[in-house]
Ligand binder design. Structure first.
Ligand code: NAD
Ligand code: UDP
Length: 341
């Protein structure tokens, strides 16, 4: 297959590009590099000894997307990662998030529809279950109301995709609802390289470990969980990347007019303290931390029921927690400044 990957220079996109190349597919990336560096794709090329075709294109520019598609009439499918993803920031500048994520996706879909490229994998999120859903989250639950503009943009896109498939059954869509991807490729050559102060737990821990930050603030130790800190379903980014390859293969086998959601997680909740302790144990690096007030919008605990992905996609998250910690540290300690972007 030849696969269009939007946002392919980013954290999950670059790991997925690598897995696609390993599986024998060709990769065309479009990315405006607003939160990434071309260096990630150069390293994927080094690791695989294969070439990626790259275009610096914004998904809000339909003409530019159509130009790319015209040059590659043999593209069979799209994996759509491109989005802004900082939950807190999305609450401060919601219009920018809706413009980038929702308008950008509409523009992309219009260009794909014109070009008749109708197999589509979407990067969704567990946040679409909203704040009231019982755990573990299962795909048969109705979606809820995400608290942030970021989360709402993901839910809106899922709804747009569902309407699109009903109106144009040549489309086949898989919405992959990620839980908490962490870790890096085992080579230590590609990984997560956030701009500024990391919002997410794992890159923050890794930057404390490498001496870039003094200490971790753990947001809340008074949640109704075993140790009082929040619980999440952390999965290795390479497993997640593999899930995209599986989703593409699954789409190929489906009849037209399908739009299905899949949880991608391990099914095991882990607390913030468990993550910090495991990181220290695996790396022998102490992580100083302090307790801080709860972060607005954080839910006490959520994790996946990942049975549907196992049965239908033949996918499970196989890597261990130790792998997640070891690979995070390998990446961060080999690249203390990330890609140096
Ligand atoms: P990332 O920021 O590393 O990657 C996103 C990529 O999209 C970046 O390379 C960025 O430059 C690009 N991009 C953003 N807006 C663009 C635009 N208008 N035009 C072209 N390119 C654009 O983020 P990531 O962690 O790799 O996330 C990938 C996808 O997965 C996103 O859609 C995100 O919302 C979703 N997701 C991520 C997580 C997570 O924890 N990382 C969880 C759930 C869902
Ligand atoms: N967290 C924390 N300190 C940080 C970053 C995150 O204690 O500096 C906690 C956060 O409160 C949540 C968990 O770590 O309980 C995972 O947060 P992250 O932002 O990585 O993912 P989320 O599940 O919020 O998308």
């Amino acid at each position: 297959m030849k696969v269009l990957v939007t946002g392919g220079a980013g954290y999950i996109g670059s790991h997925t590009a690598l897995e696609l190349l390993h599986a024998g597919h060709e990769v065309v990336v479009i990315d405006n590099l607003c939160n990434s560096s071309l260096e990630s794709l150069k390293r994927v090329e080094l690791l695989t000894n294969k070439t990626i075709t790259f275009y610096q294109v914004d998904i809000r520019d339909g003409d530019e997307i159509s130009n790319v598609l015209a040059q590659h009439p043999d593209i069979n499918a799209t994996i759509h990662f491109a989005a802004l993803k900082a939950v807190g920031e999305s609450t401060q500048i919601p219009l920018k998030y809706y413009q980038n994520n929702v308008y950008g996706t509409l523009t992309l879909l219009e260009a794909l529809q014109k070009a008749k490229i109708t197999n589509f994998v979407f990067s969704s999120s567990a946040t679409v279950y909203g704040e009231e859903a019982p755990v573990p989250y299962v795909e048969t639950l109705k979606t809820g109301i995400p608290s942030s503009a970021y989360g709402k943009s993901k839910l809106m896109i899922e709804q747009i995709l569902s309407d699109l498939v009903k109106s144009d059954p040549s489309f086949k869509v898989a919405c992959l609802r990620y839980f908490n991807p962490i870790g890096a490729h085992e080579s230590g050559m590609i990984g997560e390289d956030p701009n500024g102060i990391p919002n997410n737990l794992m890159p923050f821990v890794a930057q404390v470990a490498v001496g870039k930050r003094d200490k971790l603030s753990i947001f809340g130790n008074d949640y109704p969980t075993n140790d009082g800190t929040c619980e999440r379903d952390y999965l290795h980014v390479v497993d997640l990347a593999h899930g995209h390859v599986k989703a593409l293969e699954w789409l190929e086998k489906q009849s037209n007019g399908i739009c299905e959601a899949f949880n991608l997680g391990t099914g095991n909740p882990l607390s913030v303290l468990e993550i910090v302790n495991e990181f220290s144990k695996v790396t022998n690096v102490n992580i100083p931390y302090e307790y801080a007030p709860q972060r607005e919008g954080d839910l006490p605990a959520f994790w996946a029921n990942a049975d549907k992905a196992k049965v239908e996609l033949n996918w499970t998250a196989d890597k261990s927690l130790e792998d997640m910690m070891k690979d995070t540290w390998h990446w961060q300690s080999s690249n203390p400044q990330g890609y140096g972007k």
